[in-house]
Design a binder for this molecule. Structure first.
Ligand SMILES: O=C(O)c1cc(C(=O)O)c2c(n1)C(=O)C(=O)c1cc(C(=O)O)[nH]c1-2
Length: 276
């Protein structure tokens, strides 16, 4: 199938439930971050440790904000049954007790990569575009209709595929990660399909009119753009492209050398800049 197929005019007539699901899957196929050059480099072993550290440091902010966006979504659910289902997302990330849950497991990854917890949790080293992209997601979920908010989580339909490729590739290519440090991803392989199934079921039941279905498709496109923009920012800052060479770290972000954002250890060259 050609990749340029996701090129439909706005809906005028409503789609069948099956056609709507197919349209949503097309959005993922064409726009999800499994196609992003940074993701491909990550899974193909083409990044150095500093670049993997930058990815983990920035992605922490996404992890930390997910339960906050889910709490804001839950606050708008008036159906106890739906709240009970959605609640498991908060537990997945926060755990039931200190030391448990997805955020804590993400910190095992940043620990394993040699990043200081204080730096990671403070989020002061993240890229401006990471912050803006994640905030755009939380604001979208807070401000748009419940249907759009739920639809924006549908990227999780595609995350088990990208997580599988990422974990396999990272374990194969990088000696500085292990099954233990990548433990965050293992539970996601069962949590994400469960969550996506629930969100898809809701969307199929509630997106009935053409304008509602269009809003759902647009919400998924928006969310793909959030994830894409996060990787664009990493690529620009820490990889660079073509003649630009080694990337352009914004002032104040980790590795910029500005205000305590130096990289400790072997990542630094003589001028306090980033060694390649
Ligand atoms: O590793 C990934 O590629 C990936 C992607 C996504 C996604 O597609 O949004 C999520 C996650 N991971 C994830 O771990 C996670 O907890 C999560 C929650 C959500 C959401 O929108 O509510 N997406 C994702």
């Amino acid at each position: 199938m050609s990749l340029s197929f996701e090129n439909h005019p706005d809906l005028v007539e409503p789609l069948s439930v099956e056609a709507l699901e197919a349209r949503l899957r097309e959005v993922g196929e064409t726009r999800y971050h499994h196609r992003h050059p940074f993701q491909l480099m990550l899974q193909n072993g083409e990044l150095d440790k500093r670049q993997v550290q930058a990815w983990a440091l920035n992605r922490y902010y996404y992890q930390a904000m997910i339960p906050i966006k889910d709490a804001s979504l839950m606050a708008r659910l008036d159906d106890p049954e739906l709240r009970r289902t959605w609640r498991s997302r908060l537990v997945d990330h926060d755990g039931e007790a200190p030391g448990e849950g997805g955020i804590e497991r993400w910190l095992k990854l940043t620990d394993g990569l040699g990043l200081s917890r204080e730096l990671v949790v403070s989020t002061r080293g993240i890229l401006p575009a990471t912050r803006f992209a994640v905030e755009a997601y939380t604001h979208f979920v807070r401000d748009r209709t419940l249907l759009e908010a739920i639809a924006s989580s549908l990227t999780e339909l595609f995350s088990p595929m990208v997580i599988g490729q990422r974990v396999r590739g990272m374990l194969e290519h990088y000696d500085f990660v292990s099954r233990e440090t990548l433990a965050y991803f293992e539970p996601r392989l069962t949590q994400a399909p469960r969550d996506a199934e629930m969100a898809l079921d809701y969307v199929k039941r509630h997106a009935v009119r053409a304008d509602q279905q269009q809003a759902v498709i647009d919400a998924l496109r928006f969310k793909c753009s959030v994830l894409w923009a996060m990787l664009d920012a990493l690529q620009h800052a820490y990889v660079g492209s073509g003649s630009e060479g080694s990337g352009q770290v914004p002032p104040g972000a980790w590795g910029s050398g500005v205000e305590g954002q130096e990289i400790e250890g072997d990542g630094l060259n003589d001028h306090g800049g980033l060694a390649r």
